[in-house]
Design a protein around this ligand. Structure first.
Ligand code: GLA
Length: 690
């Protein structure tokens, strides 16, 4: 288990630290303080290009080698980041063509990070040279355990550029995809608004135009831009694999919020890593969803530092406040610890805090850190991190090679997210992420583990699959869903499913396209509702309800065929028509929900599905306690997290051993505010009880 910090030794030299005689002397003290806090790894180097190559071809990596030596003395391992996220100023001065042009065709100027066009051959050449030089200079250092490629790739909307070289690559990409102009015209539906082309060169990039671009073109543009990012990451991954074959590579990702296909990028990495912003979110299920999404990106061929073949890292867990909200409040005592355990409980095998120390220079001086600006180490957050560090030493051997296993799956795809962000949607107030979160929260709050998958993955290992609003579904993906149900799976889909195929062409065989036989019904119309306007669900049959359930934002008008009706609408011209159905298909069941409701509906849904599919909650605890499980063979480690600022009473029906205190609990136990238990059932191995 790696317990680390994001360290920037380049910030901590004279005149900002150290002395004129020993400008780097602070590094030793930092390393000692890290060791005292239990830190066993650092990430360094993500923005050091201009320092390591101050003039073209004149490299200086020795200072980083020295920093790594200091880490070696302290027994701290090192993750190096390639510095391509911050090209030096001399490069854009010499080659202004590397600067990205925005959708208005205007250049984004240098003077910050990420000022590059990822389709620039020149930029690729320089990136290749600097990454090779770094790997050759530092790759043999014994402390190196992994590489991070670039930093925050796609950040600041650098997924897109509109440079002449981008145009060239775009046309090449289209040619490879469609092969003939005729096919491009057909698939893209360019007859609409007179957009037919006779030459590849005529296909526009979706730059600022009088009105909206062809959605099929924009969808391809997103795929192309995503492929560009994947290719850039792969170029670096290939180089690093060749030069330092023992060090696995990853990159730091946010939870699917950037505009590229994270599943695709994960394919070219050895493992994935998350930039966690847990400290600014309000719901524990929202954080948990981000974590589970990241864990789900790479399910096979995982190669972690230390040899594990499962898990992911959190390479930037914010140690305190961020600096880009309107008000950047402090993170309350105990909350960073709580979030650290939430990450670990959901499979993280490395957690690194951002920053090691609040910087004295640059644009992020008000960001939180493990150390404050004084660097004294007598501050609250340092003490909290040190406590976690002590605990991790106890837990690391227990958690080794354990993993999270899920029987429930939620389908997501970037293509679908992009599609639903296109203009002219049926309801601009409908947000796919909110819809996914309703399902996720219901499962999370009932302590049922969830994994995310793309519709093209093998779903056979899941007892139940949720597919909320997959507006775009390729023919092959629809077949896979049918196969899953045919073989005994339970599928839950919703409104806004399979309206268009992968070319963004609307189905003419009834909605949900290619799936009406699976659901045994057809959606003949859909009625988007404005916020505040509601229909209601009248439940039929055995679906138990705890509340009256509204129908919001979208109501499918459904014509039932073979399906059973589980709920109908209460009013309007489609009153008494189905709002929720279930169909038996092969050995399985296909459930369809034609509307969106409030959270209680999804709680009721999960309660009912638990019976239907034999899904068991991990442990029975009060609703406000988050439970997760990591397991290996017959060993099961439960994590209980109290996200409230008040205690919660838990009742243990059998003795449970807590790894953090060494105690065994039976009967009632009051989990303190933000308290954590790490439990297993093997009480015999410990003596003490409480
Ligand atoms: C990302 C970057 C960091 C920092 C934070 C600010 O996580 O990797 O360098 O700028 O954003 O939120």
């Amino acid at each position: 288990m790696y317990f680390g910090v994001d360290y920037h030794p380049e910030h901590w030299v004279h005149p900002y630290a150290g002395t004129p005689d020993r400008p780097e002397s602070r590094w030793e003290r930092d390393a000692q303080m890290m060791v005292a806090a239990g830190v066993n790894a650092v990430r360094m180097g993500e923005f050091v290009w201009g320092i390591c190559e101050p003039e073209e071809g004149k490299y200086d990596f020795e200072w980083l080698w020295r920093a790594m030596d200091i880490m070696k003395l302290a027994n701290i391992e090192v993750v190096l980041a390639t510095p391509t996220a911050a090209p030096p100023l001399w490069l854009s001065k010499k080659h202004p063509e590397i600067l990205p042009l925005n959708e208005q065709g205007l250049p984004l100027h240098p003077g910050t990070r990420h000022a590059y066009c990822l389709n620039s051959d020149t930029y690729w050449d320089y990136a290749r040279k600097t990454v090779s030089a770094m790997a050759k200079a530092l790759g043999k250092h014994p402390q190196l355990i992994a590489w991070q490629i670039d930093n925050g790739i796609g950040g600041h909307t650098t997924e897109f550029s509109f440079n002449p070289e981008t145009r060239r690559d775009w046309h090449g990409w289209l040619k490879a995809k469609y092969e003939t102009i005729q096919r491009l015209n057909e698939c893209m539906g360019t007859r609409f608004w007179s957009q037919t082309v006779t030459d590849w060169d005529q296909v526009p990039m979706p730059m600022v135009a009088p009105t909206v671009h062809n959605p099929a073109l924009v969808l391809d543009w997103m795929r192309f831009s995503s492929d560009t990012i994947k290719a850039f990451v792969k170029m670096q991954a290939d180089l690093l694999h060749e030069l330092t074959p023992k060090a696995p590579v990853m990159t730091n990702l946010r939870a699917l919020s950037r505009h590229f296909d994270h599943f695709d990028v994960a394919e070219v990495l050895d493992f994935v890593a998350l930039d966690s912003y847990a400290t600014i979110k309000s719901k524990s299920s929202e954080n948990a969803m981000d974590i589970d999404m990241i864990r789900s990106l790479k399910k096979t061929n995982v190669k972690m530092p230390g040899g594990s073949e499962t898990g992911f890292w959190v390479i930037e867990q914010k140690a305190g406040n961020v600096d880009w909200q309107e008000v950047n409040s402090l993170v309350r005592p105990g909350v960073v610890r709580l979030f650290t355990y939430q990450l670990i409980s959901r499979g993280a095998d490395g957690v690194f805090y951002f920053f090691w120390r609040q910087p004295r220079i640059g644009s992020e001086i008000f960001y939180g850190g493990v150390l404050t600006h004084t660097g004294r180490g007598d501050n609250r957050v340092y003490r909290e991190i040190s406590q976690i560090g002590d605990e991790i030493k106890l837990l690391a051997p227990v958690l080794k090679d354990t993993k999270v296993v899920a029987e429930a799956c939620i389908l997501i795809s970037h293509e679908n997210m992009w599609t639903q962000k296109l203009p002219k949607q049926p309801n601009k107030y409908f947000k796919l992420r909110d819809h996914v979160l309703l399902f996720y929260s219901a499962l999370h709050d009932r302590n049922i583990s969830v994994e995310f998958a793309r519709p093209s993955e093998d779903l056979s290992k899941y007892k139940i699959v949720f597919a909320p609003s997959l507006q775009v579904l390729a023919g092959g993906e629809a077949d896979l869903l049918k196969l899953y149900v045919q073989n005994g799976g339970t599928l839950v889909s919703t409104f806004c499913t399979s309206l268009v195929n992968e070319h963004h062409i609307v189905h003419d065989t009834g909605f949900p396209g290619d799936l009406t036989d699976l659901f045994g019904m057809e959606v003949v119309e859909f009625d988007p509702l404005p916020p505040g306007e509601e229909n209601h669900l009248t439940m039929k049959g055995h679906f138990p309800t705890s509340h009256l359930h509204p129908a919001r934002l979208w109501c499918d008008v459904i014509e039932p065929k073979e399906c059973q009706v589980l709920a109908v609408y209460a009013k309007d011209f489609y009153a008494n028509q189905p709002a929720m159905t279930m169909n038996t298909y092969g050995l399985g069941k296909a459930i369809y929900i034609g509307t969106m409701s409030h959270q209680y509906f999804y709680y009721d849904l999960v309660a009912w599905l638990r019976q239907l599919c034999n899904l068991f909650p991990l442990l029975k605890v009060p609703d406000t306690v988050e439970v997760s499980l990591r397991q290996k063979d017959d060993m099961k480690i439960y994590f209980l997290l109290n996200h409230q600022s008040s205690p919660v009473r838990i009742q243990f029906y059998k003795p449970m051993h807590d790894f953090l205190t060494g105690n065994t609990f039976t009967g009632n136990y009051d989990l303190p505010p933000h308290g954590i238990l790490v439990l297993d059932e093997h009480s015999a191995r410990v003596g003490a009880s409480s």
